[in-house]
Design a protein around this ligand. Structure first.
Ligand SMILES: [Zn+2]
Length: 681
């Protein structure tokens, strides 16, 4: 059986899927990937526009409908100058360049200056302090030893497990630092992990991790239109009022450059956990080594391009199953995102071919090629804000793939109601390496969590959702159920120029089998969501997770307060009950001899809409854009569950806590009421 299908429709679906699974082609994925990664294609660049038109033209060829390029004009600064030099104890200038490596023609090109998107512009000269990973506790350690970070330049490392670089910038800014340099230590993604590029997948000495430092955990999208779309004529706030813009000067460094600074540092020996992979003892510094850094951003508003298209459904054309991937890359985008784009192009081709064979889905499938994800999830956010009303009424689910393959370990993150969809789809698609199903390969596999957001942990589906990709607007702003997926592996060239077609062909997915496998998995999920008799969403898993989240959140409250939380526990029980009744009703309807189409549609609509109940229109205190009551990202992009309540507990403010408990309770009751539906009321 397939969840959400009667046995008759399941048989039909199986035969459709058998046909679909033959269509994705690793060779075609390779060809698409080669074209997508032929040139750097940062958001808003001429090449990004060329690729938008290429996507549009391919989709036309594949027979997709309503193909559109939507332009948004957004604040999208490029750096015109980044310089870092040591002026004491000796004079030295950082190269800030990635060097050519043997056998990689892409690495010989000049790809421009590496920078942090949304760094402030500025020119600062100050003593440099090594602050470990740049977490608050790291600055506390320094302060205890009399090393103040105020007015100094912080040198911190990218860390594993991944912590969003914007959190490092914010922490340094809050501590009063004059600037921040973030470098890639070989212990985290270089030679301490294994062979480096071009001999292995890890980062060579001069690789630089570019990336945004924007505070999009406060509000993503165009910083000047927080919460509404950057359409022509839209109101824009002043830069000074934009809460997502850093005020600190920030730049990325390779370890090749950072090494010179680290070696020159004196002061106390850094703690063991801060010692990295370089062959000397790291010191905290604070003088005499002094750095002069200068960053000049052009502060331009630029156009970006979202490409959308659809295959219109036959039975419920208004119901939208959305699949999306971003197109913009920091440089060539070998893994991030062009592996995902190659998978999506194959998905469009395969589903387009089925539609031409008149095997159309019952619901509409929408394709989206996002732009400027690397800056601040920009085009998905603007598009989601622009189409909010339609999406709230009609979106069934959003299936995101950012990087589809840097290796062979599958991981998914999803709202719990879609666990079953993901698991069943992973049972239906073959893992190219083992020949087992993807689900079975995962059970047998190493469960390498990976170093990047979305790292899977040991479960096939991770239900703790943070941020870091384009699903954010769907989940956190609109209340649309989401899935985010990737195959991961040893990958030390993230956001560097070495993340390109040559790296992919040598290490990430040499035969492009995993990019095609992702197409299959993605397609099976999209087809099941589109063709199910009753939306394949099981809220019992959501209720189980919720219980777990409630329990751990209550345990953090000091002093413990049973009465404060008892309404929440009761609402959580009511939600579990509604979920159980809905699931039982689905089982009954789907197993019935004669199907009751009207009753199935009623339940179907209830299941598709229930997530919307979990949106609180006022949002989380202090960040109103984040409106989901179960999920929000922390500033590190790590997941925070029951964010309103959790942050109220942290604040120690009882009135605020009571309000947040009430809001969460009300949201759960809204979701329960939607789940229960008119039929049982
Ligand atoms: Zn990406």
């Amino acid at each position: 059986m397939i969840y959400g299908f009667t046995s008759r429709s399941a048989a039909k679906e199986r035969s459709l899927e058998r046909r679909f699974l033959t269509l994705p082609s690793p060779d075609k994925a390779r060809a698409a990937h080669a074209f997508l990664t032929a040139e750097p294609h940062v958001a808003g660049s001429p090449r990004d526009r060329v690729l938008a038109e290429w996507v549009r033209d391919r989709w036309r060829e594949y027979g997709l409908e309503r193909i559109e390029i939507t332009e948004h004009e957004v604040l999208l600064p490029y750096a015109t100058e980044v310089s870092v030099e040591m002026i004491a104890p000796t004079k030295w200038r950082a190269s800030l360049k990635e060097e050519p490596v043997a056998g990689d023609p892409f690495s010989t090109r000049d790809v421009g200056v590496a920078y942090h998107a949304y760094s402030a512009s500025g020119d600062v000269t100050a003593p440099v302090v090594y602050a470990g990973s740049g977490n608050p506790a790291d600055y506390d350690w320094l302060a205890e030893r009399g090393i103040e970070i105020k007015d100094k330049i912080a040198l911190v490392r990218y860390s594993v497990p991944y912590s969003y670089r914007g959190f490092k910038a914010l922490t340094a800014e809050q501590r009063g630092a004059a600037g921040i340099l973030i470098y890639s230590d070989p212990a985290d993604d270089g030679f301490k992990k294994g062979k480096t590029y071009p001999d292995g997948p890890w980062g060579p000495e001069s690789h630089i991790q570019r990336g945004g430092v924007v505070y999009d955990f406060r509000v993503p999208g165009d910083p000047l239109t927080p919460g509404w779309a950057s359409v022509p004529g839209a109101r824009r706030i002043a830069r000074a009022d934009a809460v997502s813009l850093p005020k600190i000067v920030s730049a990325p460094l390779s370890w090749k450059d950072a090494r010179v600074l680290l070696e020159a540092m004196r002061g106390p020996e850094a703690p063991r956990s801060w010692q990295g992979g370089l062959p000397f003892t790291y010191h905290a510094g604070g003088g005499p080594s002094t750095v002069h850094m200068r960053v000049q951003m052009d502060d331009k508003v630029r156009p970006i391009w979202t490409v959308t298209a659809r295959i219109t459904g036959t039975t419920h054309p208004d119901d939208l199953v959305i699949v999306g991937n971003h197109r913009d890359a920091w440089v060539y985008g070998g893994v991030d995102p062009s592996s995902g784009t190659a998978s999506m192009m194959e998905l469009a081709r395969a589903l387009g071919a089925l539609a031409k064979e008149s095997a159309r889905p019952k619901r509409t499938i929408v394709f989206a090629s996002w732009d400027a994800e690397e800056f601040t999830l920009t085009s998905s956010t603007e598009w989601g804000e622009q189409h909010a009303a339609d999406l709230v009424d009609h979106a069934v689910a959003y299936l995101n793939v950012d990087s589809s393959a840097s290796g062979i370990n599958f991981g998914a993150a999803a709202v719990p109601s879609l666990n079953r969809l993901v698991t069943e789809a992973a049972d239906a698609v073959i893992d190219p390496d083992s020949g087992l199903s993807i689900a079975a390969a995962h059970r047998r596999g190493s469960h390498d969590g990976g170093a990047l957001p979305g790292g899977a942990g040991s479960d096939l589906v991770n239900n703790r959702l943070g941020s870091g990709s384009d699903y954010t607007v769907f989940l956190n702003f609109l209340g649309v159920p989401i899935v985010d997926m990737s195959f991961t592996g040893p990958y030390g060239v993230y956001h560097s120029m070495y993340d390109n077609h040559t790296w992919m062909s040598k290490f990430g997915d040499p035969k492009f089998l995993y990019q095609a496998a992702m197409t299959r998995l993605w397609g099976v999920m999209a087809l099941r969501l589109a063709n199910a008799d009753v939306a394949p969403m099981d809220f019992r898993a959501y209720a189980d997770r919720l219980r777990e989240f409630v329990k751990e959140t209550i345990a953090r409250a000091q002093p413990p307060d049973r009465t404060m939380f008892s309404p929440l526990e009761a609402a959580s029980d009511r939600f579990a009950n509604a979920a159980r009744i809905a699931a039982a009703r689905a089982d009954t309807l789907l197993a019935a001899e004669r199907s009751d189409a009207a009753a199935m549609r009623t339940l179907d609509v209830a299941l598709m809409r229930a997530e919307r109940g979990l949106i609180d229109r006022d949002g989380i205190p202090g960040r109103p854009w984040y409106r989901h009551v179960i999920y929000a990202p922390k500033a590190t992009y790590a997941p925070e569950v029951l964010p309103g309540v959790a942050e109220a507990i942290e604040s120690g403010n009882r009135a605020r806590l009571a309000d947040q408990v009430w809001r969460l309770t009300a949201a759960l009751d809204r979701a329960s009421a939607i789940l229960s539906g008119p039929a049982t009321r």
